[in-house]
Design a protein around this ligand. Sequence first.
Ligand code: URA
Length: 436
Amino acid sequence: MRAVDLIRKKRDSGELSREEINFLVSGYTRGEIPDYQMAAWLMAVWIRGLNRAELAALTEVMLYSGEVLDHSEIPGKKVDKHSTGGIGDKTSLILAPIVAAGGLTVPMISGRGLGHTGGTLDKLEAIPGFNVNLSLEEFRRVLRECGMGLIGQTAEIAPADKKIYALRDATSTVENIGLICASIMSKKLAEGIDALVLDVKTGSGAFMKKEEDSVRLAEVMVETGKRMGKKVVALITDMDQPLGRMAGHSNEVVECIDVLNGGGPADLRELSLELSAWMFYLGEKTKSVAEGRLLAESMIANGQAKEKFRQGIRLQGGDPRVIDEPQRLSQARHRADVPSLAAGFITRTDCEQFGIALAMLGGGREKKEDKIDHAVGLEFHKRIGDRVEKGESLATIHYNSGAKLAEASSLISASYHVGESAPREKRPLIRRILGA
Ligand code: URA
């Protein structure tokens, strides 16, 4: 078999067999196939697509390129959630403690910020001392002790994805439904879970801007998970505006603690409870989603979820005092308001631009090797449908360096669209549920 023939076959819309996909992916992971051939094949896939059998083969080859964890020594079901990412999307830090407090195990392998979106690992690292780089042995110990563990992809987990993802990032081959599905599902299926809840974002701040694309991505991920014997549902959720009021790392941790204390913004609380409810149901802790919701609410009301978060932080080397003293998280030195240039109602936002503004200020990565300033953040004051007066603050920027403040401020201002009346239709936070 030769890589060049398989590139040509895909370029000419042919179907690759499982053996052919295995040859390419395994050969590339072992370093026997060079970057330029894999890049050419990925671009051919990006243009021609993968059919169901090819997608199944690609996911499985990537999954078995590394270790598939087995947590059978820990009693009970193991469940996880994966989000396709957005602005202010911080639910993992809320639902992992809720679900672990409720008696299930959450072995969460997460990612860093990608493009304009934030990442769970970066948010956790805003907590002083928090170590996301546990060995698999340490990960198992933490899971056994407290029922939740949040780490990054180790060298043992889906190494083919790690290598291919870096190449996709540099060759503009990320935004393809088949490639995204294989990448996400190979990592999630390696976690040793019984069930998975997918939060597939849709809208101006998501990778998939159109709802029909989000639905297609959700469908293939649900199908892939079910074929591998897992219980999977996907919630298609709104990303036409930020989730919650805060974006940026320290800010988002504070907002998560607010929710675990029974407060926080309504949309963030609602989505966190709903995702937790589905995790309880799929993990067979409750007989219905409604019962799962009650269990999630009770874990917040009785303080057990907050205590679980404190325990999880401590076990992963973080400073658990941040729970009661959030001022221990790094704080930005300066604040600047972004005033509205007109009076009226917020009709829509170019939500992706908020993530770009945040990165510009140092609160995200413009290049992979950039270091994040965890203290930098955005605080959103207006949501779609809200009334705004001319000069009133749309958002507050928390910053340390003023170098790109003016540019970021204009970007944020231009990303809020103000019209004469509020949009007639109020679009729901949870648009659809697939695979239930
Ligand atoms: N997240 C991933 O892990 N992989 C993708 O391809 C896209 C988002």
